[in-house]
Design a protein around this ligand. Structure first.
Ligand SMILES: [Zn+2]
Length: 189
């Protein structure tokens, strides 16, 4: 296992205590058997990683306890290649947030795509990582995926009384272009 001494001091960036807790647990757990794997899984990081069907991993993935993060899909500042950020700060959606989604979302829940939600909805994995975002005072993801034109909207989920009200807003906002905080997948040339 990796040697863990203590938290790193001196960062001015806001941190998530619950996300850090899970990572600390993974580093301190001395169980190397199946129980440890079920809980903390396996991590693969590198350039142009193969996914399970032989294609290339896109940004990150989680499958049956294996989290993959493909460094080749990120710019040097951590932003995702092929996306425009518009009014969203890079820290709200970068390599760290992808790692959180896959590892501290999917691995923690031990659930695959069913935890993602659909176009308009957040799923359990997005909900759990939105909790980390709140602790860090970062923008939250208002839904899982781009539905019309490759946009993903960001904001504060606490502004909505129910998940249904949030969904309704997301649906309208994607149609009307009124929402200004979003990232957008760039069209392939
Ligand atoms: Zn996911």
């Amino acid at each position: 296992m990796l040697y863990w001494e203590s938290n790193v001091e001196g960062s001015e960036l806001s941190q998530s205590e619950s996300a850090t807790d899970f990572l600390r647990g993974a580093l301190q757990d001395t169980n190397s058997g199946k129980k440890g794997f079920r809980k903390y899984g396996k991590l693969e990081v590198g350039f142009n990683l193969r996914n399970d069907t032989g294609g290339s991993t896109n940004y990150g993935s989680w499958h049956s306890g294996t989290t993959k993060i493909d460094f080749a899909d990120f710019n040097s500042n951590g932003s995702l290649k092929g996306w425009s950020y518009n009014n969203v700060d890079i820290r709200s959606h970068n390599m760290a947030r992808v790692f959180e989604h896959e590892y501290l979302g999917h691995q923690r829940l031990y659930r695959g795509m069913s935890a993602d939600g659909t176009g308009y909805k957040t799923g359990a994995a997005v909900d759990i990582t939105n909790g980390y975002r709140r602790e860090r005072q970062l923008n939250e993801r208002l839904h899982y995926e781009q539905y019309y034109d490759g946009r993903v909207l960001f904001g504060k989920t606490e502004n909505f009384e129910t998940p249904k009200a949030l969904r309704k807003y997301v649906k309208q906002a994607l149609k009307s272009n009124m929402h200004k905080n979003y990232i957008q997948r760039q069209k392939k040339k």
